[in-house]
Ligand binder design. Structure first.
Ligand code: FEO
Length: 412
C-alpha cells in the first residue's frame, strides 16, 4: 500500500496482517489485524509507533515511507507510545538505518527500550505536559495513559489537526477491507469491527479497564477530531463512537452489562448435556438472549468476548477425578485472569462416583464478586425432578439478568 493521508501533514503507514499466527501467541485472528504507524511531517519528521517484522510488515512500512519520498535515514524521531513488540519489533533495524534519529518514549518506556533493544543513547523520556515541536505548526503533546496496555503506555496528540494517536487504546482486531477510515466502511462492516473491537478489548485490554476510564478522562479535555489507534480503523467521521464503545467495554467489569447470558458447557457422556437443554429452556421461557459455547471445542478468545459483555453466565460441566472438567477449568482461568467481574452466575453438572467440581469452582471464583444462583449437581443421569429444577434455575437466572437493561439503557 501507499501511505494514506489522514490529516494535513499526517499519513498512515503500516500493515494489514493476514496470517495463521496467533496474536500474542494466544488469540486467533482469522480476519486479520492491522498494525498502524503514522508519519508526522513538519520541518522535522516523526514516526509514531512502528511495526514488527511480521507477514512482511517491515517491508511494507519502508515502502510506504518511500511513497512519501522519505527514507528511514531522514526520520528525526521515533515516538514509541508503547513498547510491546508488535509496535517496536523493527525498532533496532530502523534505528540502525538512521544516524540522527532519536527515540521518544515515556519515562517507564526508557528501561524497556534498553531491555528489548539495548539502546541507551539517543533516547529521550517525556510525560504528560511535555511537547515536541516538529516545526510548521506541528506540535506533539504527550499524555501518560499507563496500563492501556502496559505501564509505560502514553498517547500522542498533534494539536493543529486534533489527531490523537493512542496506540492500543481504541484499537481492534480485523484487517482493513478496503478503507482505513470509519466514514468509508459499510454498516455491515461496522458491525464486524464492533465485534472485533470487543474481542480485542476482552482479550487484551480488559483487565486494565479502570485505567482505560482514566485514560479517557485524561484525553477528554482535548479537541479531538481524529483518533488514529495502532490497530484497526482510523476514526475521523465519528471518533466519539469508538470512545463510547470503549467506555461501555470498561464498564462491563463494573455495574454495566448487556442483558444476555453466555452459556459455556462441556459434557463427557451426555448427562450434563441433558441438563443443559433444560437450563436453556428455562432461560428461553423468560425471553433472554443466550450465546452458547462448548469447551474444549470453542476458542477462548470468542468466549471471553461474549462473557465480557454478558450480564449472566452459565457453566455446565461434570466432575472429573474429584475436580472440574479440565477444559472448563482452562476457560474459567482465562475468565478470572481477565477480571470479568460482577456477573450473575449459575453452575450445574453431573458426577460419577464422587463430586468435587463445585468445590473447586467455588474456590476459584471467590474474588469475582459474582451473584450466584444456587448450583445444581446430580449423580449419574438427571432425574425428571432434576430437570425441572434445572429449568427453574435457568429461568431464575434469566429473571435476574432482565433487571440489568434498565441500567444498560442509561449508559453512557
Ligand atoms: Fe498492540 Fe499492547 O500492543
Amino acid at each position: 500500500m501507499k501511505a494514506i493521508e489522514i490529516a494535513d501533514g499526517i499519513h498512515w503507514i503500516g500493515a494489514n496482517i493476514s496470517t495463521t499466527d496467533l496474536f500474542e501467541g494466544i488469540w486467533p485472528i482469522p480476519q486479520g489485524v492491522t498494525i498502524n504507524s503514522y508519519v508526522i511531517k513538519g520541518d522535522k519528521i516523526a514516526i509514531v509507533d512502528l511495526v514488527r517484522d511480521w507477514a512482511g510488515a517491515s517491508t511494507y512500512l519502508i515502502d510506504e515511507l518511500k511513497s512519501l519520498g522519505i527514507s528511514p535515514k531522514d526520520v528525526d524521531y521515533f515516538v514509541m507510545n508503547h513498547l510491546e513488540p508488535d509496535h517496536t519489533g523493527d525498532l533496532k533495524a530502523m534505528f540502525e538505518l538512521s544516524e540522527k534519529v532519536e527515540i521518544i518514549t515515556s519515562k517507564k518506556g526508557v528501561p524497556l527500550v534498553e531491555a528489548f533493544y539495548g539502546f541507551t543513547e539517543r533516547v529521550r523520556a517525556v510525560g504528560t505536559g511535555d511537547t515536541l515541536d516538529l516545526g510548521q505548526g506541528k506540535i506533539l503533546h504527550f499524555y501518560d495513559i499507563p496500563n492501556v496496555h502496559w505501564p509505560e503506555t502514553m498517547a500522542t496528540f498533534e494539536e493543529s489537526t486534533g489527531t490523537l494517536l493512542p496506540c492500543d487504546a481504541f484499537g481492534s482486531f480485523g484487517a482493513f477491507k478496503g478503507s482505513i477510515f470509519d466514514d468509508e466502511v459499510s454498516d455491515a462492516d461496522h458491525k464486524f469491527y464492533e465485534r472485533e473491537s470487543l474481542r480485542y478489548y476482552a482479550n487484551i485490554v480488559g483487565p486494565f479497564s479502570n485505567f482505560v476510564l482514566k485514560a479517557i478522562e485524561a484525553v477528554g479535555t482535548l479537541d479531538i477530531k481524529i483518533i488514529a489507534p495502532s490497530h484497526g480503523l482510523v476514526w475521523r467521521g465519528d471518533p466519539g463512537r469508538i470512545v463510547n464503545r470503549y467506555k461501555a467495554y470498561a464498564n462491563y467489569m463494573k455495574d454495566y452489562a448487556e442483558p444476555k447470558i453466555t452459556v459455556i458447557w462441556g459434557s463427557m457422556y451426555g448427562n450434563t448435556e441433558l441438563m443443559l437443554r433444560a437450563v436453556l429452556q428455562g432461560i428461553a421461557s423468560e425471553g433472554v438472549l443466550t450465546e452458547i459455547f462448548r469447551v474444549p471445542q470453542d476458542n477462548i478468545s470468542y468466549i471471553l468476548a461474549s462473557v465480557w459483555e454478558s450480564a449472566g453466565l452459565v457453566f455446565g460441566m461434570p466432575t472429573y477425578e474429584y475436580k472440574m472438567y479440565p477444559p472448563m477449568r482452562d476457560a474459567l482461568t482465562h475468565i478470572i485472569h481477565k477480571k470479568a467481574m460482577h456477573k450473575k452466575v449459575f453452575r450445574f453438572g453431573s458426577y460419577g462416583w464422587s463430586g468435587g467440581a463445585q468445590k473447586e469452582f467455588d474456590g476459584m471464583i471467590e474474588k469475582m464478586k459474582w451473584d450466584i444462583v444456587e448450583p445444581l449437581e446430580f449423580q449419574g443421569g438427571p432425574t425428571d425432578a432434576d430437570l425441572d429444577l434445572a429449568f427453574e434455575r435457568g429461568a431464575a437466572l434469566a429473571r435476574e439478568v432482565k433487571q440489568i437493561p434498565i441500567k444498560s439503557k442509561e449508559f453512557p
